[in-house]
Design a protein around this ligand. Structure first.
Ligand code: ATP
Length: 470
């Protein structure tokens, strides 16, 4: 299967089976905006719930927050976004489309030589000079682009919005471009209300908005997306920062692996100093080997004291921390883990996608970890017999109070299994005529295809052990 085929299959599966739909589709959609369907919302919610459990519930020193999407405009001035939250873009001279420099493909030598020959015939000296030094070309119209002449320029990515009915500059603010700013502006509130002691963290999951110039690769680059961010406040010392930075790198990678990602498809990539964001002292990405290349879906950054110092300067409020042990006051440094809920959902889907032949039949199977699978179990009466249906419906009703469960009595049993394999349901439970006698049902495992007889009264515990196993 080629890489583009994989993406086509994922996108089609997502639409056909209710995971992800293009936003406002009946109006021809909006670029970079998507809606999650019934199965997609379960999958993404599971992922967020697992993140929250791991980051907040299971740790003594991390607390949660849900700050507003709209903040005082000054927040974005302090954060540097109004001035610097931009992607430098290159504009193609011919088609006037704009691209990030790193999206421009290299111009092959043969192609360049051919263009030079053609231009020589036209005798346009200026054009010739332009092509001779061009290293890349436009992905849209294939014209050569000379970055020595057409340098990347800045465009702001923050989405503007208006507060109140009066349309003047005073009322203008932004939809948040990242969730972490809501954490910094609540630093003192959390300190005072929770009596937290350094080191401690604040975690938040929420929407962020960016006017991405070239949204694409399905939900990889969106204009409205969700982040799962945690800011860890530490003493302002390089050694301590290094220690926590390594700690969080490992923790985050281990978390993805614990949810079933293929190890060989994940890697860390360190940012070169000139690539780092304006605030970062150190930055590593966790990348996934997607069909469209190695791509970031989480960043781990040492932000130093940049954020709290800036907010203190812009708000005029004291955002220092008093350390009772050493009787000193300081501005804490921050180690941040910043993950995308949509990107990781997409990568979990891609990683889980599999096709195989069982017997003579092809089956598509999403090998999602049971913890994140949208439906935990499907219940089938073998045939539409009143007695079997009654038992199956009772089991389904009983399990539904705990998990999303799917009941299906239509079509052949093989077809019903395949429909559930395709959406990643880890367990298929079939009630057959033997069940009437032995009070047991057959549980089929999605991955191994092994079947086990389990007592009806024990089915809940059985699933609980398999799904919640740590
Ligand atoms: P990129 O270089 O791909 O634009 P970034 O470095 O700007 O990403 P961060 O600001 O570090 O990303 O955001 C942290 C995480 O938020 C990313 O790793 C990603 O998972 C998610 N994210 C950022 N921008 C988008 C987007 N446009 N669509 C979906 N997820 C995004």
């Amino acid at each position: 299967m080629s890489n583009s085929e994989v993406m086509e299959k994922i996108i089609s599966l997502c639409k056909r089976r209710g995971f992800i739909f293009p936003g406002s589709e009946i109006y021809s959609g909006v670029g970079g905006i998507y809606d999650y369907g019934p199965l997609g919302v379960e999958l993404k919610n599971n992922l967020k719930k697992e993140w929250w459990r791991n980051m907040v519930w299971e740790r003594e020193e991390i607390v949660g927050l849900d700050s507003a999407i709209i903040m005082n405009r000054r927040v974005w001035e302090a954060s540097g976004h109004v001035a610097a939250f931009t992607d430098p873009l290159v504009e193609c001279r011919r088609c006037h489309q704009r691209f990030r420099e790193d999206e421009l493909p290299k111009l092959p030598i043969e192609k360049k030589e051919k263009m030079i020959d053609e231009t020589k015939e036209k005798k346009s000296k200026q054009e010739l000079l332009y092509i001779e030094r061009a290293e890349v070309f436009c992905p849209n119209c294939h014209s050569p682009i000379n970055l020595n002449i057409d340098e990347p320029r800045q465009f702001n990515l923050l989405m503007k919005t208006q507060l109140g009915v009066l349309e003047d500059e005073k009322n203008e603010t932004f939809l948040r471009g990242e969730t972490c700013q809501g954490i910094y502006v609540n630093f003192i509130n959390i300190l005072n209300s929770m009596r937290t002691k350094i080191p401690f963290g604040i975690a938040q999951i929420g929407k962020a908005f960016r006017n991405e110039i070239t949204p694409g690769n399905f939900t990889f680059r969106m204009r409205e997306f969700e982040q799962m961010e945690m800011q860890y406040f530490i003493k302002p010392e390089a050694k301590i920062a290094e220690k926590w930075f390594s700690f969080w790198k490992k923790e985050r990678m281990d978390w993805y692996l614990s949810l079933g990602f293929s190890k060989e498809k994940l890697r860390f990539r360190e940012h070169a100093p000139d690539e780092r964001a304006h605030y970062a002292k150190a930055a590593f990405d966790i990348e996934y080997s997607a069909p469209f290349g190695w791509k970031e879906f989480e960043g781990i950054h040492n932000r130093g004291d940049w954020d709290l110092s800036r907010h203190s300067q812009f708000s005029g409020k004291d955002l220092t921390y008093f350390d009772e042990e050493s009787h000193t006051k300081f501005t804490p440094w921050i180690i941040e883990t910043s993950a995308g809920a949509d990107r990781s959902t997409l990568f979990f889907l891609i990683d889980a996608y599999d096709e195989e032949t069982v017997g003579k039949e092809k089956r598509v199977v999403l090998r999602l970890h049971p913890k994140i699978a949208p439906i935990k179990a499907a219940i089938f009466p073998l045939v539409k017999n009143v007695k079997l249906v009654k038992i199956a419906q009772k089991i389904a009703a009983d399990l539904k109070s705990k998990w999303p469960i799917f009941y299906d009595e239509s079509g052949s049993i093989g077809r019903r299994y395949r429909r559930q394999d395709e959406v990643g349901t880890p367990f298929g439970i079939t009630v057959d005529f033997d069940s009437l006698e032995d009070k047991k049902v057959t549980v089929r495992n999605r991955d191994s295809l092994k079947q086990e007889r389990v007592n009806v009264l024990e089915i809940k515990d059985y699933l609980e052990n398999k799904i919640e196993a740590r």
